[in-house]
Design a protein around this ligand. Structure first.
Ligand code: ZN
Length: 206
């Protein structure tokens, strides 16, 4: 149980907001598995949970506010939980308060909202896991493709025209591998998936 104190004059509603705002935002983010934040000097940084983030653009500051430099999201933990789980701010605040052991009032978050939030949390965790595996495979595929292309170019450079002639098939493959590399590096998930599941890539990833 976290011991927090709010002035008595506050209404119940602002009371709960005030209390929740005192909880460390990074703790809330990690509790709900919203993002995996890493300390970076005075900030915490991670992949943005609001948009499809490729490089960590999501920051949490010492004032407990979060900002994404990718999609522009800005707010506190309540705004973030509300956004990610599709809750109203008051529902998000109540859920956080309850999960952090703060009893403010007797009205809990509706069962439906909690069930929805839990389901969304599971889905978000699964999505992150899939994205992680996808990224690992993509990086490995890029490594292999780049090795192939470099090796072929070396062979071609060393062998001159005759090599080009003899290695026409190899050259053709290189073009294709370069194309697959471009697909893997593109922002289009369909293209990335196509390249990743191409037999030329798959055989090296098994
Ligand atoms: Zn974002």
């Amino acid at each position: 149980m976290i011991q927090l104190h709010a002035p008595n004059s506050l209404s119940r509603k602002s009371n709960i907001f005030q209390l929740v705002k005192q909880i460390n935002t990074v703790d809330i983010i990690h509790k709900y598995n919203i993002a995996n934040m890493h300390r970076h000097g005075r900030y915490w940084v991670g992949l943005c949970p609001v948009h499809q983030d490729k490089k960590p653009s999501f920051y949490t500051f010492q004032d407990n506010k979060c900002k994404c430099w990718g999609c522009g999201f800005y707010g506190d933990a309540i705004d973030l939980v509300a956004k990610v789980y599709g809750l109203r701010p008051i529902e998000a605040a109540r859920m956080i308060a309850r999960d952090f052991g703060i009893e403010v009032d007797n009205r809990p978050v509706s069962l439906e909202a909690r069930r929805k939030a839990k389901q969304l949390a599971i889905e978000a965790a699964q999505k992150r896991e899939i994205e992680k595996i996808f990224k690992q495979k993509r990086d490995r595929a890029l490594e292999i493709l780049s090795l192939f292309v470099r090796t072929t170019n070396h062979v071609l450079a060393a062998g001159g025209y005759q090599a080009h002639y003899d290695l026409a098939e190899l050259l053709h493959k290189t073009d294709y591998q370069e194309y697959l590399t471009e697909c893997l590096l593109s922002k289009d998930p369909d293209l990335q998936l196509m390249a990743l599941t191409a037999p030329e890539v798959q055989q090296w990833l098994e």
